[in-house]
Ligand binder design. Structure first.
Ligand code: 5GP
Length: 195
């Protein structure tokens, strides 16, 4: 069992069969020790790949993404859920994402200034559920003509369709924790040795 799995069992709260709350160390209060473990897991998996930028979506992806970007020594870029008045005249890439936790659509944007056709992008997010956020970020990278190197997820809920959708899109997906079920108020992890 890795450190993130241990912390989920110790401090996570199962809200219902589909939602896990880990506000005490990742989604609200952030534990730097967890962040350190997360970035070293992602670094180990993707270290042989050329990466020029780490991309995430605000807000909860930002903490793990900046840690990973720091290790790869590349910039971290996050897609914004509202358009800032400071957006450059060069314009924006925009895509519509359905939020799993808020159950609403929003247009997320990145400035064209910060993503170029020669970028090799590692996408990082906190959770993977239906894959909407990751697929939206992939769409933004594609609009820029850049390359998606892979997607790194802290907590994948493997009983939801996100994993399958990303694999079907040909993505190199790496998840630190894979949850098989949140039924009966209990977190059960995927037994990867048995797969
Ligand atoms: P997806 O876009 O894959 O459907 O959902 C991923 C996004 O929804 C993540 O960025 C995350 O913020 C949020 N999310 C999905 N499932 C959960 C969950 O069980 N707990 C929390 N805290 N956030 C979740």
């Amino acid at each position: 069992m890795n450190y993130l799995q241990e912390r989920i069992l110790k401090d996570g709260t199962v809200i219902d069969e589909k939602i896990l709350k880990i506000d005490s160390f990742l989604n609200h209060q952030i534990d730097p020790k967890v962040m350190h473990e997360i970035q070293s897991n992602f670094f180990d998996y993707f270290k042989s790949r050329e990466i020029t930028k780490v991309l995430t979506i605000e807000a909860s992806g930002i903490a793990p993404a900046i840690m990973v970007a720091s290790h790869f020594q590349v910039p971290m870029l996050f897609a914004k859920k509202s358009e800032p008045s400071t957006l450059a005249a060069t314009g924006k890439y925009s895509t519509r994402v359905h939020s799993f936790t808020k159950d609403k659509d929003s247009d997320v944007i990145i400035s064209k200034e910060y993503l170029n056709a020669d970028d090799k992008v590692l996408i990082i997010d906190d959770f993977l559920a239906n894959g909407e956020a990751s697929l939206g970020l992939i769409d933004l990278v594609n609009q820029a003509g850049a390359e998606v190197v892979g997607v790194g997820i802290c907590v994948e809920k493997s009983f939801q369709p996100g994993r399958q959708r990303l694999l079907e899109a040909g993505v190199d997906l790496y998840s630190i924790c894979r949850i098989a079920s949140l039924a009966d108020n209990k977190v059960t992890f995927v037994d990867e040795d048995a797969e």
